[in-house]
Design a protein. Structure first.
Lengths: 287, 351
């Protein structure tokens, strides 16, 4: 019984990690079609903001907020200085953000050093049966991941901002002809995607610590989720996160974490062979 | 089939011949350290070529050529350490990556993953492989008698032996010549491939895949074929890397190495085969000079180069140089024969 609960908890936790890591990219890549290879470094930056918050003596919840705002503003800056010139040039965007990713790793290593630093949060544990216990913090992560994805979806689905943003992404020419300042919406959307990555970084910091190169671990998982998710970014992220989180959770539980990660990659490759447009593809559906 | 060579092509060939002579003469007057430095540049140039050919000529963005580079290196390391037979090890370093490329390529290419998605998936492949290799630090994990040793890599690999005389091993200078000749052969091979019928189909795929398909060619087959060939070339580079340093490590396949391959190609320019070679020369010399000058974080510099290359000279250095040469030649020609000027400028638009 308790075995089953712990197993289920592992799987749900693993799913929520995937969702947490991928939501920012679902906005930036899924909505805006901007291939942001520096997404992992945005997460890294978020983790460092959480560390900064701890050094400043803030409670963790404020540190996470700081990370969201800090990385969100950084994202806006990046959009203004780099991405804005490259809309519609997918390859160049990919290359420029790759450059940005290397630049950020280099800069953080130079100024803050290559070592791993930890962020500590006191939350305690809940006992499950006599043998197991579950960290309360991990339960918070599950909560935050699903809340972030759901609020993103709601923002795009039900608010005026979301409606106009979707219109801008679908047809910028037509939307600007209706008097909408498209640049503003690109900037804000990119900022929101960045802020979500910052939040992810802050939430991950207490589990994995902070390190300049940590982003490389997450950028792969995020891209795999969003690409296999397909055309509906949020539903796709949920489905892909569910599939890969389950795979990863089960394989990690049974073998090791690395086998879990490799398993995810192999499943993604095979899946894309048969569903090249992702799990939420609209192609072939009756109009 | 072969058209008459233009002035610019003749000039390029003469320059290349001069460069080759200079490179072959290096061991006569320079020490071992320069030979080692140049050798590794040639290794990276082969790797860059395997990527640049697909990107520039076929339009396939394989940003994970380091997968095959790494597998090539590890194949050489594991087989050579197990058996001592370095010739077969080198053959395996080419063959095994080709098999992996066939498997990976089948799923990606026949799944219809194109353009940017191709780039991302191949990149993810290299991250996944690096992680897998890093996770082998447990001393019980071994292939044959060789421990994989995770992130420490495998060191003390045997030197390359002369195939027909296994008691004799190749030293730095011979390895230098070998790697240089391998680079020339790979360049020549790609350039012949481009001039052959299959090369026309590949360029056709770059220009308009659908039209090529309508003409009766199956683009997927050709793309898979070139993916396998380039996988083998990258594997060869990996094997040569292992010979060069007597060492392989997971760093061969991490995101930084695959980034530096892309940067090499991008800086040189992907339109010609010369681009990746020149780009590798420039970027690698620059980074090793910066490294020795104590700038510290090479990442920082690579990142800046990459952003600058995309924003300022997306075509690369080689087309820029050849445009300048063409302009100079055009002027010379117009001074000599004023009437020819219009015809050169009309046929001069090749890029």
């Amino acid at each position: 019984m308790y075995d089953a609960i712990i197993f289920l908890y592992q799987v749900v936790f693993s799913i929520s990690l995937f969702i947490l890591i991928s939501t920012g990219l679902a906005v930036i890549f899924g909505m805006m079609k901007v291939i942001n290879l520096a997404q992992g470094e945005f997460i890294m930056l978020g983790a460092y903001f959480a560390l900064l918050g701890e050094v400043m003596g803030l409670p963790f919840i404020l540190s996470a907020l700081l990370a969201m705002i800090g990385v969100g503003l950084f994202g806006v800056l990046v959009e203004r200085l780099l991405i804005r010139f490259l809309y519609g040039r997918l390859t160049d965007t990919l290359l420029a953000t790759w450059g940005l990713s290397l630049l950020m790793i280099g800069a953080v290593t130079t100024f803050l050093g290559p070592q791993v630093a930890g962020v500590s949060v006191e939350t305690g544990r809940i006992a499950v049966g006599e043998l197991y216990s579950v960290s309360v913090y991990n339960l918070y992560i599950i909560l935050v991941a699903f809340a972030a994805l759901a609020s993103c979806w709601a923002l795009w689905r039900y608010t005026r901002f979301g409606m106009i943003a979707r219109a801008v992404m679908a047809n910028p020419g037509m939307t600007s002809a209706l008097g909408v300042d498209c640049h503003k919406y690109y900037m804000l959307t990119f900022g929101i995607g960045s802020a979500l990555s910052g939040l992810a970084g802050a939430m991950l910091a207490p589990i994995v610590g902070t390190q300049p190169t940590m982003g490389g671990l997450y950028v792969a998982q995020a891209f795999v989720s969003v690409i296999t998710g397909g055309e509906l970014p949020f539903l796709g992220t949920l489905l892909a996160g569910g599939l890969f989180g389950t795979t990863n959770g089960v394989l990690s539980y049974a073998y090791s974490q690395v086998i879990g990660e490799i398993g995810v990659f192999l499943i993604a490759i095979v899946l894309l062979r048969f569903l090249p447009h992702g799990m939420t593809s609209q192609k072939g559906r009756a109009q | 089939m072969t058209s008459k060579l233009s002035t610019i092509e003749i000039a390029t060939l003469i320059l290349l011949a001069l460069a080759s002579v200079a490179i072959l003469a290096v061991p006569q007057f320079a020490g071992l350290s320069l030979q080692l430095d140049l050798s590794i540049i040639f290794v990276y140039a082969i790797l860059a070529l395997s990527m640049g050919f697909m990107w520039g000529q076929v339009g396939m963005m394989s940003f994970g050529q380091t997968v095959f580079f790494g597998i090539g290196g590890y194949s050489y390391a594991i087989f050579a350490l197990n058996t001592g037979d370095t010739t077969t090890a080198m053959l395996l370093a080419v063959l095994l990556p080709m098999i992996v490329a066939a498997l990976l390529g089948y799923f990606i290419i026949y799944g219809g993953i194109n353009d940017i998605y191709f780039a991302v998936i191949t990149m993810v492949a290299t991250i996944a492989l690096e992680k897998a290799v890093r996770a082998t630090s447990d001393p019980r994990i071994k292939i044959g008698d060789v421990k994989l040793q995770g992130q420490n890599g495998i060191s003390a690999l045997p030197d390359l032996k002369v195939p027909w005389n296994p008691s004799e091993t190749l030293f730095v200078t011979e390895v230098y010549y070998l790697i240089f000749i391998a680079m020339l052969l790979v360049t020549a091979g790609y350039s012949l491939l481009l001039r052959a019928r299959i090369g026309r189909v590949l360029v056709g795929i770059r220009e308009n895949e659908q039209r090529v398909a309508l003409l009766g060619y199956d683009p997927r087959r050709y793309k898979l074929l070139i993916f396998i060939i380039s996988g083998g070339v990258a594997g060869l580079a990996g094997g040569l890397y292992a010979v060069w340093g007597n060492f392989v490590a997971p760093e061969m396949m991490n995101l930084n190495s695959s980034a530096s391959v892309v940067i090499n190609v991008l800086v040189g320019g992907k339109a010609s085969l010369l681009g990746p070679l020149v780009g590798t020369g420039i970027v690698q010399s620059l980074t090793s000079w910066l490294g020795s000058a104590g700038v510290g974080q090479v990442n920082l510099v690579l990142g800046l180069i990459l952003i600058a290359a995309v924003q300022i000279f997306p075509q690369g250095v080689v087309p820029m140089i050849s445009a300048i040469c063409k302009w100079c030649l055009g002027h010379l020609a117009s001074v000599a024969q004023p009437s020819r000027r219009t015809s050169t400028s009309m046929t001069g638009e090749k890029q």
